[in-house]
Design a protein around this ligand. Structure first.
Ligand code: HAM
Length: 418
């Protein structure tokens, strides 16, 4: 025998895990759909070039890149935003705008696996393509907020604006590739690295600004006549006034820059403190120049992705239970000669209930044990004598009580407990 293990950084999801994952996906997708977003799917592998144009060094360093049999350079997708932009240029450009899309699927990054960080992980994300005003930024933030609230999670949203920093860097005459390096250092919290790239003290003061709305006024006085940055700051002011209107709780953090190069405006991150080092469960923001890169037409867009695995871990750590899926009844034929009748009863009940049928040819005692192990609510015992009178015996697995009932009345009993 040769034991083959799963690759590092991947996981198997068992029955209970999948129940929780699907429940949470359903709750979140329902909220996305309530706002008019529709589900799409893009390939799990793409041309590597797609993510080389604008995703940034950090992502590229962690990409799974390989050649196919014809020598094409492909990669497992590390994220989906670039794929959605590619899809826009091929398929979506003539749709009425705004275009509201969401997706759920595996992403791949060759990172050092640890709790909350995997090589295969899931994004549940959305992209809003077309509008550029603060209302669209506020909508996207509020969807993320509402989704997590609906799951019952406690979390913190931090909002920043990349236009403030980029505006300043442009005024200082810093080229885009160096800007990206500066932004990557800020993202990693690498202050020493940052000092090597830029000396201007204003940037260091700006990225330290965190807290409530007072941050805006402080930044305003720091920025003086840096017009582009002031414009971005005013945009941020408008976004948060809309969030106030919707009664969302958030804090500002002008040091949030995100680890991807394509962001141009509002950026936000959501954290759950119980998760420790990998506490960021969501990241997103505005990326007004990415679509233009693939389609030649400039179209603004904003979006975010939940790190779905971290959302699930946060729920676990915060003790959030999901409604359990219970088998309503196990149908148990007592002897061989009634198996076909029992199967007919099971088929009929399955139109409205979750019903298991004994496929192992076990004795009644063993079937009852099995029903108790899987936590089934009832066992429908089908015996020859009952059947002759169109009846069966229904055993309540909670109380242990048994009742002889007409076949057509089984549903009433099963229903009474729903
Ligand atoms: P991101 O911040 O790179 O953004 O990924 C989003 C979320 O995925 C993170 O906040 C984190 O929760 C989760 N995540 C990232 N890497 C891992 C990993 N190795 N294991 C487990 N979870 C992970 C994006 O990818 C953007 N596409 C989001 C976006 C959509 N921006 C605009 N639209």
């Amino acid at each position: 025998m040769k034991k083959i293990e799963k690759p590092r950084g991947t996981r198997d999801f068992s029955i209970g895990d999948m129940e929780k994952r699907e429940y949470s996906e359903r709750i979140i997708s329902e909220i996305f759909e309530n706002y008019g977003y529709r589900k799409i799917q893009t390939p799990t592998f793409e041309y590597a070039e797609l993510f080389q144009l604008k995703s940034g060094e950090e992502i590229q360093k962690h990409m799974y890149v390989f050649e196919d049999k014809k020598g094409r350079r492909l990669c497992l997708r590390p994220e989906a935003t670039a794929s959605v932009c590619r899809m826009f240029s091929e398929k979506l450009r003539s749709l009425p705008r705004p275009i509201k899309l969401y997706y759920h699927g595996p992403m791949f990054r060759y990172e050092e696996p640890q709790k909350g960080r995997y090589r295969e992980f899931w994004h549940l994300g959305l992209e809003l393509i077309g509008p550029s005003g603060p209302e669209s930024d506020a909508e996207v933030i509020s969807i993320a907020y509402e989704s997590l609230r609906r799951l019952g999670l406690e979390f913190k949203i931090e909002i920043g604006h990349l236009g403030i920093i980029r505006g300043l860097l442009k005024d200082l005459g810093i080229k885009e590739d160096i800007q990206n390096k500066i932004i990557a250092s800020i993202d990693k919290g690498d202050i020493e690295g940052l000092k090597k790239l830029i000396r201007d003290g204003l940037l260091f003061d700006l990225i330290k600004l965190k807290g409530d709305k007072g941050v805006i006024d402080k930044a305003n006085s720091l920025l003086g006549d840096h017009e582009k940055s002031i414009k971005a700051l005013n945009e941020l002011r408008e976004i948060i006034s809309l969030l106030d209107l919707m009664k969302l709780e958030y804090s500002l953090n002008l040091g949030i820059v995100r680890g991807l190069d394509y962001y141009t405006g509002m950026v936000f991150e959501i954290r759950v403190k119980e998760l420790g080092a990998q506490d960021q469960i969501c990241g997103g923001g505005r990326y007004d120049e990415l679509i233009g890169l693939f389609s030649g037409i400039s179209v603004p867009a904003v979006g975010f992705a939940f790190g779905f695995d971290r959302v699930m871990e946060a729920m676990e750590l915060q003790g959030i239970e999901i409604p359990k899926k219970q088998v309503d009844a196990v149908v148990a034929p007592v002897s061989k000669e009634v198996r076909n009748d029992a199967l007919k009863i099971a088929s009929e009940l399955r139109k409205n209930f979750i019903v298991d049928f004994d496929l192992m040819n076990r004795k009644l005692g063993k079937i009852l044990e099995y029903a108790s192990d899987i936590d089934a609510r009832y066992v429908v015992i089908v015996g020859k004598r009952d059947l002759e009178n169109d009846k069966v015996t229904v055993r309540d697995m909670k109380s242990g009580e048994q009742k002889i009932v007409e076949i057509k009345r089984i549903e009433d009993i099963l229903k009474s407990d729903k």
